[in-house]
Design a protein. Structure first.
Length: 160
């Protein structure tokens, strides 16, 4: 028989006994239940990080309209959570079935980051242009300079 893989915190589904180091194909030392079902259940647990990556990636796309900052933060977090979920799958602690959701979250996160950065650039250009125009107007026509009066032209008398 082979030794159990390095899966952290695998417990018997019947009694909760820690099965670390127990031989695969055997039975639980506490209750006698087959441990193969416990290892299968441990390997098919959903990854919370994969689901978080998907949710944050989707949220990052419409929230880029909040000056780009919220979309940028959500997109970065989606990529971080995607990476954690990949590491969990490689370690064998989570099922690879959730990696499609995590990858979709990562792609949406990248789109959210790009849109967020684009929105920040657009707002930067708009604000910079407004500041430039305001400084140009105040320098060109100072408010303390009086305008010279316009001389009045004599009006011809009406003909009777």
């Amino acid at each position: 028989m082979t030794q159990a893989p390095n899966v952290s915190q695998v417990h018997c589904i019947k009694c909760g006994y820690n099965l670390t180091g127990v031989v695969i194909g055997g039975t639980c030392p506490e209750c006698g239940a087959p441990i193969n079902t416990s290892f299968l259940q441990a390997n098919t647990q959903p990854s919370g990080f994969a689901l978080a990556a998907l949710v944050l990636g989707i949220v990052s796309i419409p929230t880029f309209l909040c000056y780009g900052v919220v979309g940028l933060i959500c997109g970065i977090l989606a990529i971080i959570f995607w990476r954690v979920s990949v590491v969990q799958t490689r370690n064998g602690t989570r099922s690879s079935a959730w990696q499609g959701l995590a990858r979709a979250g990562m792609i949406c996160g990248i789109i959210g980051i790009v849109l967020g950065l684009a929105m920040m650039i657009v707002f930067g250009v708009i604000i910079g242009n407004a500041i430039y125009r305001a400084s140009y107007i105040s320098v060109a026509v100072p408010p303390s300079t009086p305008y010279p009066p316009v001389p009045m032209q004599p009006q011809p008398a009406p003909n009777p």
